[in-house]
Design a protein around this ligand. Structure first.
Ligand code: HEM
Ligand code: SF4
Length: 556
């Protein structure tokens, strides 16, 4: 009883929700407000939506005594980030009819649409359903979108490994039919048992994230995930997966109990059966041992640190019924996307398009959205998102390459991709303002203009060709993975950022706070000095992140 009292309020909302239904139907039918009832705002996340409001308009609306301008963000469940051309066309039209029109490619290989008003949620989900797309478990205290490194150079291996992402996503889906019931008007049928041995009625204490990387590329940032799987390849054949657990980047300013953590390598699984058992039981350990009192301390990283890694492994071995094998040697050498054309081992062609901060729209620089629609209408390639917020037009046959090239040229996509600088191509920003309620500062609306000012500094120090992994988030939650970058900007207040340094290029290591609360001029002054010393004092081939760690974080 006393334990129950300590549970966070969201725990009661989950267990009393009748399989995540709550009063969502009633909330949706209430035409008096654009908002949902309080409890339903938590529950709708499990259906892949967040209730938001336009923060730019809050003050004006309040002055006029109007309620805030509520709308919803929907995020698709897209394991491995794959869409057919038909699905892209459908997505394009859904975005136009029901949302702001901007298709946001997220840092976890899926897409989000913003600005969907309450009455449009159901038509949006129904339209996605006709495209065989869903948003189940894309947010909420469950396993979310499973990432899989989309390396176009290794397409046959990729296909084999991508299937794991899809199966793991299905393995960890909640069993409730509430999504079909609420949004797709499916009758609650007796034969659809909703018993859920994995999530029970309490789900997980917090969100859960899984990613699969195929070395040498760590573009999905394995170590930022609750479970990171590293494909072990020998002589071109998949041998199994190394398993890392307990990664997570979020922290809260001023709360020293919270911290970013890079995942710990705990072992190797050679068969699919073993791997799935391990993944499943890591989730059950988190379900049973995770902190349900304080949501800020509820991620698997804290569960593992509280138990200790060895005790965690012992519990895992007990649950899987065998002992984990030793992790195998592997090496990551990069985290970037292979922009432009690449031919794969099956002879197909893949074009990686640069999408600044994942925002697909037509703007003054490039008509990307129109171009992608024309490419989808042509139907000569599929669409695959990367963990770096870009899109690859994949699986183009040799005989179709010329016609695809014509469209890429017609819309200046090639020039747009080729002309972006190293730092811009390796930059990433989260959504932040105006929709994210947690944002303390701008991110995706600001980073492009800050990079405009950083580029001349790099040119001045003859560093224009450097690929420096640069990321900005509007708060320390780290949705744009700013804590695991070479240059990280983490918002602390309007127009103020902590400057983070010392993360590595390959994504094994977190960065550290170098200077706090800097405005734009201060950031640029700092970077100017840092680039200057990097240019003059780096060792041969030393990366910016390794240099800043050596010189400024360790103070060598
Ligand atoms: C306590 C921790 C976190 C909270 C409360 C949180 C909350 C949110 C919210 C409210 C949004 C929606 C923003 C919008 O669309 O307006 C969002 C987006 C997103 N978050 Fe988080 N987040 C957290 C940590 C993380 C971390 C550590 C990652 C990944 C490493 C992540 C990945 C994402 C992604 C991929 C998006 C989609 C938009 C984008 O690409 O920026 N989140 N998050
Ligand atoms: S990092 Fe912070 S500001 Fe950015 S989307 Fe996540 S929660 Fe919002």
């Amino acid at each position: 009883m006393s334990n129950e009292k300590k549970l966070s309020p969201v725990e009661r909302i989950k267990t009393s929700s009748d399989g995540l239904r709550g009063t969502l139907k009633e909330s949706l039918n209430d035409a008096v407000t654009g908002s949902l009832r309080d409890d339903d705002q938590s529950l709708i996340k499990f259906h892949g939506l967040y209730q938001q409001d336009d923060r730019d308009k809050r003050e004006a609306r309040s002055e006029k005594k109007l309620e805030w301008l509520y709308s919803f963000m929907i995020r698709l469940r897209l394991p491995g980030g794959f869409l057919t051309p038909e699905q892209w066309i459908g997505l394009h039209h859904v975005a136009g009819e029901h949302s702001t029109g901007v298709i946001k490619i997220t840092t976890r290989q899926t897409v989000q649409l913003h600005g969907i008003v309450k009455s449009h949620i159901k038509p949006t989900i129904q339209a996605f359903d006709t495209l065989k797309l869903d948003s189940i478990a894309a947010c909420g205290d469950v396993n979310r979108n499973v990432l899989c490194s989309p390396n176009p150079k290794q397409s046959s291996l990729h296909e084999e490994i991508y299937a794991y992402a899809d199966e793991i996503s299905k393995l960890l889906l909640p069993k409730t039919r509430s999504y079909y019931d609420i949004w797709l008007d499916e009758e609650k049928l007796i034969e659809h048992s909703e018993e859920d041995p994995l999530y029970q009625d309490r789900y997980l204490p917090r969100k859960f994230k899984i990613a699969i990387a195929i070395p040498p590329n760590n573009d999905v940032d394995i170590f930022a995930n609750d479970i990171g799987l590293i494909a072990i390849i020998q002589d071109g054949k998949l041998q199994g997966f190394n398993i890392a657990v307990g990664g997570g980047l979020s922290a809260t300013h001023g709360n020293t109990a919270t911290y970013a953590r890079a995942a710990t390598l705990i072992g190797f699984a050679s068969t699919k059966e073993d791997l799935f058992k391990i993944v499943y039981e890591v989730v059950t350990i988190q379900r049973d041992f995770g902190n349900r009192a304080d949501r800020k301390l509820a991620r698997l990283k804290y569960t593992i640190d509280n138990m200790g890694v060895e005790a965690f492994k012992t519990e895992l071995n007990k649950r899987i019924g065998f002992s984990l094998e030793e992790a195998k040697p592997y090496s990551f050498t990069e985290r970037k996307d292979y922009y432009g054309w690449e031919q794969c081992d099956r002879g197909l062609w893949h074009y990686t398009i640069f999408v600044e901060n994942g925002r697909v729209l037509d703007d003054e620089k490039v008509a990307l959205k129109t171009a992608l629609l024309e490419l989808a209408n042509l139907g000569k390639g599929n669409f695959r998102f990367t963990g770096n917020q870009n899109v690859i037009l994949t699986d183009v046959k040799a005989e179709d390459k010329a016609v695809v090239q014509t469209i890429l040229e017609k819309y200046d996509i090639i020039a747009h991709t080729d002309s972006a600088s190293g730092i811009r191509k390796n930059s990433m920003a989260c959504v932040a303002l105006p929709t994210c309620p947690l944002a303390l500062a701008e991110a995706q609306r600001y980073l492009p203009s800050l990079i405009d000012k950083i580029e001349p500094l790099l040119v001045k120090h003859e560093l224009a060709q450097e690929d420096i992994i640069t990321r900005m988030t509007g708060c320390p939650n780290g949705c744009g993975r700013s804590a695991i970058s070479e240059i990280g900007f983490i918002g602390t207040a309007p127009n103020k950022y902590n400057l983070q340094l010392g993360g590595d290029y390959e994504g094994y290591r977190l960065n550290k706070t170098y200077k706090e609360n800097l405005g734009e001029d201060e950031l640029l002054t700092e970077l100017d000095q840092l680039f200057n010393s990097f240019k003059n004092e780096r060792t041969q081939d030393e990366r910016f992140g390794d240099f800043t760690k050596r010189k400024y974080i360790l103070g060598e």
